[in-house]
Design a protein around this ligand. Structure first.
Ligand code: COA
Length: 337
């Protein structure tokens, strides 16, 4: 890959943000027929953060995470060329990225949304790296942010235990080819299983068909999920995605220092580690505290790991996202900070 790029791309800074309100398993067990023990055993989740302020949205979390990433490296937001917001819960269906551009003062940046649910951050980093490695842009802000609590049916115990709200931001910048840190990727989609995880739009049954066009007052439904199918999909596709990606780069699985998977379920993380025959110590996890934060989960976990000084210069990191679509994908990063 290095030979075909005009310049390198590396993650320079990360930031994250979560709402203050913690919703514990005990709290949820007062809402639906479940228990802390069931949730911890089946998912590993103990609590999640929920955005309760009706005046706040995914944009507020994304702005906070972005400002933290910028402040860490004292970067002037006017230096950002492009903002990519990976989200499936925008506060505007036409896109929310432009609101972030305005609120952080990145007046020179183009901005757009990218929708790919829990694979969103991986796809956004890959997209950003293409813009940088082909020489088009120098500095890109990539954000993964979701507030799926707004799309959760809080009477459905099979889904409401899983999701939480959050945002993570990464500043990706051009560098020399030798310092290139985003060294490989692999992405896939299987639309045949799109119904296994979706927030579908439903036409109103009360719509007046005699007049057209008319406002039919349809609405998006809550999260619909076939948990068993999604579970089977994740544990079969993710290990293969990582292996095919590292094989192309001639990297052995033993050389991978860290694995950062989309934080969906501890049992998925454990099974993937087992299938890859890697130590669970290499698997970065924080889902016990945040649940599944969709596009935010990978940058949240990566940001915390960097803050804890777990990740060292030149470490190889395999990052995999998976989820609705169904989509999945891996990026291999060599840490260059
Ligand atoms: N509390 C208590 N019991 C529950 C429950 C809950 N929150 N949710 C389901 N159950 C019950 C079911 O009704 C079922 O009862 P039954 O045997 O009497 O019919 C039983 O527990 C087993 O349900 P099942 O759906 O088979 O559980 P599971 O082991 O598949 O675990 C998930 C459910 C959702 C935790 C699991 O399927 C999963 O994590 N899937 C992946 C989901 C995911 O990660 N989605 C996002 C990807 S981006």
């Amino acid at each position: 890959m290095t030979s075909s790029i005009m310049q390198g791309a590396r993650i320079l800074s990360l930031g994250s943000a979560v709402p203050d309100l913690r919703l514990s398993n005990k709290d949820i067990s007062k809402m639906v027929d479940t228990s802390d023990e069931w949730i911890v055993t089946r998912t590993g989740i103990k609590e999640r953060r929920i955005l309760t302020d009706a005046n706040k949205s995914v944009v507020d979390l994304a702005v906070l995470a972005s400002k933290k990433a910028l402040n860490k490296i004292s970067m002037d937001p006017k230096n950002i060329d492009l903002i990519i917001l990976a989200t499936s819960s925008p506060n505007d269906l036409f896109g929310s990225a432009s609101q972030i551009q305005d609120r952080i003062g990145a007046k020179n940046a183009a901005a757009f949304d990218l929708t790919a649910a829990c694979t969103g951050f991986v796809l956004a980093v890959i997209t950003a790296s293409q813009f940088i490695q082909n020489g088009s842009y120098s500095t890109i802000l990539v954000i993964g942010a979701d507030t799926l609590s707004k799309w959760t049916d809080w009477t459905d115990r099979s889904t409401c235990i899983l999701f939480g709200d959050g945002a993570g931001a990464a500043i990706i910048q051009a560098c020399s080819k030798e310092n290139n840190g985003i060294i490989g990727f692999q992405i896939n989609t299987d639309g045949r299983q799109s119904k296994d995880l979706s927030i579908g739009y439903q036409e109103s049954t009360k719509a007046d068909k005699s007049t057209w066009p008319s406002n039919n007052n349809g609405q998006f439904k809550y999260i619909q999920m076939n948990g068993k199918e999604v579970y089977k999909f994740a544990i079969s596709k993710v290990p293969n995605s990582i292996l095919s990606c590292i094989n192309k780069l001639n990297i052995k699985i033993e050389e991978i220092d860290w694995i950062v998977l989309h934080q969906a379920n501890q049992r998925i993380l454990d099974t993937v580690a087992e299938k890859l025959n890697i130590s669970s110590n290499k698997m970065i996890t924080n889902l016990n505290r945040y649940g599944n934060t969709s596009a935010a989960s990978i940058p949240l976990a990566l940001s915390e790991a960097v803050e804890l000084n777990q990740i060292m210069y030149n470490d190889f990191i395999a990052i995999s996202g998976f989820g609705a679509g169904l989509t999945w994908g891996t990026i291999i990063i060599q840490w260059k900070c």
